[in-house]
Ligand binder design. Structure first.
Ligand SMILES: [Zn+2]
Length: 261
């Protein structure tokens, strides 16, 4: 079974500390961690996953609420891939050099850094048949990326149809996300605030209604609202539904989504 676990769904100041947005994708033998904020070890512990089980770490951008937990994985021994756009990997290496100088000289035989092309479709190591693609987004003048994963259809006794998943990362409303998410089965879009908080937007993040508008423009089947500030999740769904009439969820930390792949 393929499963997506919402380890955290919060923005920089979520409802409770330790809820920064991160996901775990369990696909075949792969356990793909998507973003790794300061509480990621506790987030994994809460859902019963050991750090040694993580096979891939993908980082959307270099902000602390998305990467600060990742250097600790260097102390949990297992062969593992770190995947991100090359500028994000450069920033990650500088961070690791600052917090654990020279550790990469000792441990880098276990961790393979895997820079990703920014727009071309490509494959990830040990993720057979899955096509990945990144798109540059608008976020605080940093290199920040949305990610699309297309999972292949399978045949035989347990035949499955193809499935596509898109994660916006942190972004203000961006045309490249709409293009990347075209006809996707699931769009996980950041929705940092409600329109009532920032009627004009903050120029860095998206609102719930803006996330809904992108879901509609892209023609996705389902929208998950993450990277939310503190507040009632129902209010996020209500706002997004003003722009998008498909299925909308506002998951809680620890929620699991079974994917039909
Ligand atoms: Zn963030």
């Amino acid at each position: 079974m393929t499963e997506l676990i919402f380890l955290g769904v919060g923005a920089i100041r979520p409802d409770r500390p330790g809820e920064h947005t991160a996901f775990l994708l369990r696909y075949g033998k792969a356990n793909v961690l998507i973003d790794a904020g300061p509480a990621v070890m506790m987030q994994l512990d809460r859902v019963g996953v050991k750090p040694e089980e993580i096979t891939h770490i993908y980082l959307s951008h270099q902000h602390g609420d998305h990467v600060l937990g990742s250097p600790v994985f260097l102390f949990y021994h297992a062969p593992r891939y770190l995947l991100a756009a090359h500028q994000v990997i450069e920033a990650w290496q500088a961070m690791v050099d600052a917090v654990y100088p020279h550790i990469m000289d000792i441990l880098n035989t276990e961790l393979e850094l895997h820079p990703l092309p920014s727009h071309q479709p490509h494959m990830w190591p040990n993720l057979p048949g899955v096509c990945a693609r990144l798109a540059l987004v608008h976020h605080a003048n940093l290199p920040a990326y949305a990610l699309r994963l297309d999972f292949p259809a399978t045949t035989g006794e347990n035949a499955r149809s193809a499935f596509s998943l898109v994660y916006s990362g942190d972004t203000s409303p961006t045309e490249s996300v709409t293009e990347l998410a075209k006809d996707a089965d699931l769009l996980i879009h950041e929705a940092t605030y409600l329109e009532t908080e920032h009627p004009q937007g903050d120029g860095i993040h998206s609102s719930a209604e803006q996330a809904g508008a992108i879901a509609k423009a892209a023609g996705v089947k389902k929208l998950a609202l993450v990277h939310r500030s503190a507040g009632d999740p129902a209010a996020w769904i209500e706002r997004a539904s003003r722009a998008f009439d498909g299925e909308i969820i506002a998951p809680s930390p620890g929620d699991r989504l079974s994917l039909p792949i």
